[in-house]
Design a binder for this molecule. Structure first.
Ligand code: FES
Ligand SMILES: [Fe+2]
Length: 432
């Protein structure tokens, strides 16, 4: 099958588009032994919140694998293969005990590391449990999240802590997790899609964020040491508002506060949210959020954001299909790109440069792993807080003489600010 659909150059030429090319498998397939699957398996991935693990086991699907998570009586968390190694019963029906989880069928007991602690039906002299292990993945709990490392044991990297997570004057709190029935990549690409905030979120669905988002920004994109940012600059009176949203490789988005108006000068704001897009399989993905809440006098985090039960607008579908058609938002826009977006049918424009750059970064990471090298973003050593770059910054710079000159001034200002904070990361300086 062709990888690109023909470029239609005449009217009524739908017939030439009757075939839909295949998706880009290298970038989008995440199951075991796929190139992107191996790439993602090199990084610690959040799989659930710590407080999801109560008395019952939690069934998970991550990177095309069926798993079970639980917290036993000692407080330890296990992430194990879902199916019992005896005869395959799902451990989601298991009994979480003082130590480990016990299969409901014949009572085999498994420790968090996959050790088989008991095989009750077997004769006392059986050595089966000394020889066999159940599949288990290393787990790390941090910031109210449970992370698992699903890669080759000998390749386990350090656990990365980003500077925004340990920022003085702020705390990070768990937010919401929600599932989109589509491939991870098109969701991640939305991070580099600065234009949609002024169309989808403003013109189509009314001002979801502040009115100032309705102005089409001047756009730049810049690679950072750990990923990519967009730099969207807007003119607000005598101010230039520069907004950067970030993707930290491979799949952590950081979003700058959406309540910004650009009316008042502010320094580097940092993110309102850090959110992973975890591939569950090729056609479903989980958002899992950490929210940043200010504890600094004079810097208010809006109440709706502190309230964990409230969601960022537009992230999930409305109650009815008609409502979705009348006020489509992020969910409709991204999920309807097909279960796996087909790049061979796209026609990318100038504002999509960030999308191309992000795909390039991920493809490079995938190929680096394939070649036996560490991909960008993977930390071998415990290096302390890792700098990140998401922010709103508002500076007073009155407009240039003409509209064209002003646009240039905005772009230059955005780039200058970004170069400055990439060189001297403000949150890192604050954390040290
Ligand atoms: S199937 Fe799990 S103990 Fe038999
Ligand atoms: Fe959006």
């Amino acid at each position: 099958m062709a990888t690109r659909a023909p470029y239609l150059k005449s009217r009524y030429s739908g017939y030439h588009h009757r075939q839909v090319p295949q998706e880009d498998a290298e970038l989008t397939h995440v199951g075991p032994d796929t190139p992107a699957g191996e790439y993602f398996r090199r990084f610690w991935q959040p799989v659930c919140y710590s407080d999801d693990l109560k008395d019952l086991p939690l069934r998970l699907r991550i990177l095309g694998e069926d798993l079970v998570a639980f917290r036993d009586g000692t407080g330890e968390v296990g992430v194990l293969e879902l199916h019992c190694p005896h005869r395959g019963t799902s451990l989601e029906f298991g009994l979480v005990g003082d130590k480990g989880i016990r299969c409901c069928y014949h009572g085999w007991l498994f420790g968090c590391d996959g050790t088989i602690l008991e095989t009750p039906g077997e004769p006392a002299e059986s050595t089966l449990k000394e020889r066999l292990f159940h599949g288990a993945y290393p787990v790390k709990e941090a910031f109210g999240l449970v992370f698992a490392y699903m890669g080759p044991p000998e390749e386990m990297p350090a656990f990365p802590v980003y500077d925004s997570f340990v920022r003085p004057g702020y705390r990070v709190v768990p937010g919401q997790k929600y599932i989109y029935p589509c491939n991870y990549l098109q969701i991640l690409e939305n991070t580099m899609d600065a234009i949609h905030t002024s169309f989808l979120h403003t013109i189509v669905s009314g001002a979801v964020f502040t009115d100032e988002f309705g102005v089409l920004p001047e756009l730049e994109f810049m690679e950072t040491p750990v990923g990519i940012i967009y730099i969207a600059t807007r003119r607000v009176g005598d101010n230039i508002w520069s907004r950067s949203v970030e993707n930290v490789l491979p799949n952590l988005q950081q979003v700058a506060p959406v309540w910004e108006t650009g009316q008042k000068e502010i320094g580097f704001s940092g993110p309102m949210m850090s959110r992973w897009v975890v591939p569950l399989d090729d056609t479903s993905s989980m958002y899992i959020e950490l929210r940043h809440v200010s504890e600094t006098a004079g810097i208010e985090t809006p109440g709706w954001w502190v309230d964990r039960s409230k969601m960022l607008a537009g992230q999930m579908p409305p109650d009815t299909y008609e409502e979705a058609q009348r006020r489509p938002q992020d969910f409709e826009a991204q999920v309807s790109q097909r279960p796996i977006a087909v790049h061979g049918m796209e026609h990318l424009g100038t504002t999509d440069r960030g999308i191309t750059m992000l795909r390039g970064q991920i493809r490079k990471g995938i190929r680096d792993v394939k070649a036996g090298q560490d991909p960008v973003g993977l930390m071998r050593d415990d290096v302390g807080p890792i700098p990140t770059y998401c922010n709103n910054t508002v500076v007073r710079i009155p407009p240039a003489a003409t509209e064209e000159a002003d646009k240039k001034l905005m772009r230059e200002t955005g780039r200058r600010l970004a170069r400055g904070y990439i060189e001297a990361p403000p949150l890192l300086a604050a954390a040290e």
